[in-house]
Design a protein around this ligand. Sequence first.
Ligand code: SF4
Ligand code: SF4
Length: 407
Amino acid sequence: MTALATYYKFSLNIMTKSYNLTETSKCVRCGACKASCPTYLTTNKETMGARGRVAMLGELDMERLAPTEVLAEMIYSCMLCGACKKLCPAGIDIPEVIYQGRAALRKAYSKGRLLKKALQLSSSGFDNIFSLLRWGQKLFYGSLYNSGVIGYVPEISSTPFKNDLQVYKTVNKTGRMAIFAGCSVNYFYPGLGQSLSHVLVSKGYEVVVFKGEVCCGAPFRSLGLEDEALKLAEKNIEHFNKVRAEAIISMCPTCTMVIRDQYPRMTGNTISNIMDVNEFLIRYDIASNLQIAPSVVTYHDPCHLSHGLGIRDKPRHILKNIKGIELVEMKHADDCCGFAGLFSMHFKDMSKSIGMKKISNISNTGADTVVTSCPGCIMQLEALRKETGSEFGIKHIVEVIDAAMHG
Ligand code: SF4
Ligand code: SF4
């Protein structure tokens, strides 16, 4: 395709406007959003910061900027962490503007082409794709990792958590809860799903696991695949509507944020009983009177839990109330760990440089364990711990509760 034809195709995409960038016109260019933008603070470049991105997408919307590969790179380098959102005096939902910008620029972002194809294929059968990836991991991972071609990836589980058991029954039932596991728990950390099930069952709850759940859609939206994300949202909502449960509990704040905040905008349906595990533990008073072997613990705030869902105090409250835990705060606990899903694959150096600051802030506390509430953060922290030879333990808060209850 000639450059002219490519540009014409892009322009057609912009003219049909299957995205909405009108929010960008509210920007007053104050720059408040740059103050905590990790990609701006790492690069010191206006084009790699929140204000620059909003400005460039405004220009794209006005057709004064062409949808080039360079522009796409700057918009796709956003971590969608949401640290900028609360700082905007004009009330612009900057991460949502970025999602819309990616939908406008998805054809220009060539780095993501392969991944987009893989995701489009996987949307009809995640289990098959992960099963293939698992075999690939078994055969080639060791040599690819040793030669530095790919970074650390935890072992893909042979049985996704959702295939484990569909209903955990209890004898004296006090209620019925559902678990939305999400891809990272299903395929990489099924043990977290089992820990949550243990906790729920021992408190007398019957637990339902969604066998038919699909990806929440976050990786699809982050690649600009809005139509595919919408189909996934509709599929999940179908399952949510069928299940009778007081709460749908999620251990991944990205899934919770997408389902709670983005599904209503995407589908017109509100899922009012989706709950982050920390909210659940506090609301249902699950974590009081617990005791654990003495340990010094620090807590890392996942971006989508703190910036996205506004949950900061609850996990600290839970940890402080477990006898045996001494909670010490790290510096900049709510700074990103550098994972941000696909960002860690496409912008490896930046991801590592942001993550190294987190590793040093954790190490400086002298804590023996860092606790967090996100499987994605765990993945990044495990990778960097391996690389730096750090010795602290890494735990999801649900594992801490399970250990305190059951030893
Ligand atoms: S979402 Fe995060 S990385 Fe993206 S512009 Fe906002 S602060 Fe910067
Ligand atoms: S804080 Fe809001 S108004 Fe100010 S530059 Fe950023 S996006 Fe624009």
